[in-house]
Design a protein. Structure first.
Length: 126
């Protein structure tokens, strides 16, 4: 699978998870937003950024999910770090199917990536 297909898997997992809670799911048109979907809980709207994480760094027992957006083409390459108002929930699906819903304020304390270590287990939703 390419990276777009892997990302689509995480969006599908988020739709399934939040839909199973009875929440309304709103999908933006295009890829212009810094979030992948919006969850309407009936009380508030939550912007959700979805990631698929299939990489464990060498000698690490845990997955590391990136906290940046990369883009560009053959002529240029850009890397942008997420900002505090980009999303409310960082939803991560690992290669093994573990799913985390981590509040943005927890995620954005990190610099380039977040390790899905034991201390993140409290945000595991499956």
């Amino acid at each position: 699978m390419n990276s777009k297909e892997k990302g689509d898997l995480s969006v599908i997992a988020a739709i399934n998870f939040y839909g199973s809670l009875g929440y309304e799911i709103l999908l933006p048109i295009g890829d212009k937003q810094k979030y992948d979907l919006v969850v309407d809980t009936g009380e508030k709207l939550l912007k959700v950024q979805c990631k698929y994480c299939g990489h464990k760094p060498k000698n690490s027992p845990s997955y590391h999910a990136p906290l940046r957006v990369m883009g560009g083409n053959q002529s240029f390459h850009t890397i942008k770090r997420y900002q505090s108002n980009d999303f409310d929930i960082y939803f991560v699906m690992t290669r093994e199917g573990a799913i985390y819903a981590i509040p943005a304020e927890i995620v954005l304390k990190n610099t380039n990536e977040i390790a899905l270590s034991k201390k993140m287990d409290k945000y595991k939703v499956n």
